[in-house]
Design a protein around this ligand. Structure first.
Ligand code: FE2
Length: 383
């Protein structure tokens, strides 16, 4: 337990409530520690914190477009590597035909987010169908395969050397956001019975990033039953009932879905936009100085970003301010929209994310310049 030096002070012309009632003609910039849980300052600037005209050096805001991937690898372990660090590995996988082998991740839990497509998952624990918008959480060591019934694209998020947990729901209690009872588990059902066989079966096991293959003279997905408190689980973003306030723009941490070791996975789902006249209506400018932020845009129109379509990714390294794009900022503050329809998956990592070859091959290099048109300040835009 760390004892932060807490010094709530107010200096100069300032609001006393974060993200609301900003002084006229100013931009709020949050500088925050420990995600959105540590000490923070809200500085009221005359200019937007993203108003750079030049950006030099290797570390910068970046964007990538997964719709440009055309390879369809036959193994999950050949998926496009996007970004990672010692605690987390993110890949992008296209699969169109049933897997002819089983996969097993010995490096950590694997979280599959189904960007599009549908089909069936068969694993040690039985059978589950999957569809667009599902998270499938496969505990480390589970043997599994997918049988797509429609071409499927998946964001894969590995919790390297750790296990996913649910976030602490704090004062809203365990049933808020989604009730754990809604998590589906695989069943030993007729579809599972139908896939039993004595056919020779390969299992591709990934350990230390290397793949080894075990061959069995039968299909090892042969369970007749199981019990325990460890199993793959499935939850769709449509099962998430987001926290919101009509008077306060909640920080992204309110949308945490899964917690890994030194990173979190959050899901932004449709919700009404704040209605209080003084409340910020788009994400606030911030420097979340301890975390890198990776966002995969799944569907809808992204209310804080211009020129981002479903399947794209933005990566904002710690230490550089980020926030809404100029056009989004202006329309957002005018309350032209009553709700956001965006669905996005955010991965916030405590350790720096290294961009990997797959992502680099589909980079939109103009992203760093995309804030260039200066937005009008808060209360001017709100007129
Ligand atoms: Fe952020």
């Amino acid at each position: 337990m760390r004892n932060w030096i807490n010094i709530p002070r107010v200096e100069g012309r300032a609001s006393r409530q974060a993200h609301a009632d900003l002084p006229d003609g100013t931009f709020e910039h949050e500088i925050g520690r420990e995600g959105f849980f540590g000490p923070a300052a809200h500085i009221h600037h005359a200019h937007a914190p993203t108003g750079w005209v030049r950006f030099e050096g290797p570390i910068r805001p970046r964007a990538f477009d997964t719709t440009k991937f055309d390879a369809v690898p036959d193994s999950a372990w050949a998926a496009e590597p996007l970004a990672g660090n010692r605690r987390c590995a993110v890949r992008f996988w296209r699969i169109e035909a049933p897997m002819d082998h089983l996969a097993r991740n010995a490096d950590g839990d694997e979280l599959l987010f189904v960007h599009d497509g549908a089909g069936d998952l068969f694993c040690d624990f039985g059978h589950m169908s999957y569809t667009e918008g599902d998270y499938l959480l496969l505990p480390r060591g589970t043997m599994w395969r997918l049988e797509p019934s429609a071409p499927t694209r998946i964001l894969m998020i590995e919790a390297t050397d750790s296990a996913y947990k649910l976030p602490d729901k704090g004062i809203v209690g365990p049933h808020a956001i989604f009730d754990p009872a809604i998590l589906a588990v695989p069943e030993i059902d007729a579809a599972f019975d139908d896939q039993r066989s004595e056919a020779e079966t390969r299992v591709a096991v990934k350990r230390f990033g290397q793949v080894s293959t075990m061959v069995f003279p039968y299909n090892p997905l042969d369970a007749v039953g199981w019990h325990g408190d460890l199993a793959p689980v499935k939850v769709n973003w449509r099962d998430i009932r987001p926290l919101m306030s009509h008077r306060y723009h909640l920080p992204p941490s309110a949308h945490t879905t899964f917690v890994g070791e030194r990173f979190v996975v959050c899901t932004f789902v449709p919700r009404p936009i704040e209605t209080d006249p003084g409340a910020l209506k788009v994400p606030f400018f911030h420097s979340n100085v301890d975390y890198d932020e990776f966002i995969f845009y799944h569907r809808g129109s992204f209310f804080s970003r211009d020129n981002i379509h479903p399947g794209m990714i933005s990566l904002h390294p710690a230490g550089f301010a980020h926030g809404p794009h100029p056009k989004a900022f202006a329309t957002g503050q005018k309350a032209a929209r009553k709700e956001t329809d965006e669905v996005a998956v955010m991965i916030d990592t405590r350790d720096p994310l290294e961009v990997q070859a797959g992502a680099a091959s589909v980079e939109w290099t103009g992203y760093v310049d995309s804030w260039r048109t200066a937005p009008a300040a808060t209360n001017e835009a709100a007129e």
